[in-house]
Design a protein around this ligand. Structure first.
Ligand SMILES: [Ca+2]
Length: 233
């Protein structure tokens, strides 16, 4: 939905997109405007893995729309909001200063992913996982192997990606400037499940904990917004 802010009220509700399949799991559910001014939406497979490969379905996709809900003429499939497909449960979205789009995604049997997302490409679910390859299918930039990150919100700052881990209960950092792609784990277990991370205008990382979502072990102070100086991680 889009609302217009008028004083302290939200008015003129406008449906931007509807009919995205949902279920009790695998709902994606993040929205972010890209540097192109277009709205990107992550949609999970809603537990029906075959939908991820069906470009006529909105499930298992990253979608792209104009801010009024119309379909950009530059989208890869004519008259379709589908931007990329073959996703299981994509979550966080972030762009680097070159405009490259990255997305986190929950894998099956671990094998969580960070992908570089390009228009019209197929990210493999449910055909390939982890190191598996097949013609026409994209491999992740990095995956978690037998570990589980349960990666959620994603941010980009100064050459690194940062994402929150739910099951992993950590802030993960992926430096992009090295010869090989590695992952650094921060704050392990300090705050429980980490749902989202954003970069504030002050250059600090703001992290949302999520221990009261039915899967965490909340303490009396949960949930919190944590502010971290990335230089001190
Ligand atoms: Ca994949």
């Amino acid at each position: 939905m889009r609302f217009t802010k008028e004083d302290k009220n939200l008015v003129e509700p406008l449906t931007i997109i509807e009919g995205i399949p949902g279920f009790s799991i695998h709902n994606g559910g993040r929205i972010k405007f890209g540097p192109d001014g277009l709205l990107y939406i992550t949609a999970g497979d809603a537990s029906i893995s075959s939908l991820a490969q069906d470009t006529n379905s909105l499930a298992g996709k990253i979608l792209r729309l104009n801010d009024d809900g119309t379909i950009p003429g530059s989208n890869p499939f004519p008259d379709s909001p589908v931007y990329s497909y073959g996703h299981r449960n994509p979550q966080g979205l972030a762009w680097d200063e070159e405009g490259r789009l990255f997305a986190t995604e929950h894998g099956s049997s671990a094998r969580d992913e960070v992908n570089i997302i390009e228009a019209g490409k197929n990210y493999g679910w449910p055909t390939v996982r982890g190191e598996e390859t097949a013609d026409g299918l994209e491999n992740p930039l990095i995956h978690s192997g037998d570990d589980t990150w349960a990666p959620s919100g994603l941010a980009y700052l100064d050459g690194s990606l940062y994402f929150g881990g739910l099951r992993g209960q950590s802030l993960y950092e992926v430096p992009l400037d090295g010869e090989t792609i590695t992952i650094n784990r921060h704050l392990q277990g300090n705050f429980g499940r980490l749902r989202d991370v954003v970069v504030g205008p002050d250059g600090f990382l703001y992290i949302l904990t999520n221990n009261r979502d039915g899967r965490g072990i909340p303490s009396a102070e949960d949930d919190q917004i944590i502010r971290i100086d990335p230089e001190k991680l």
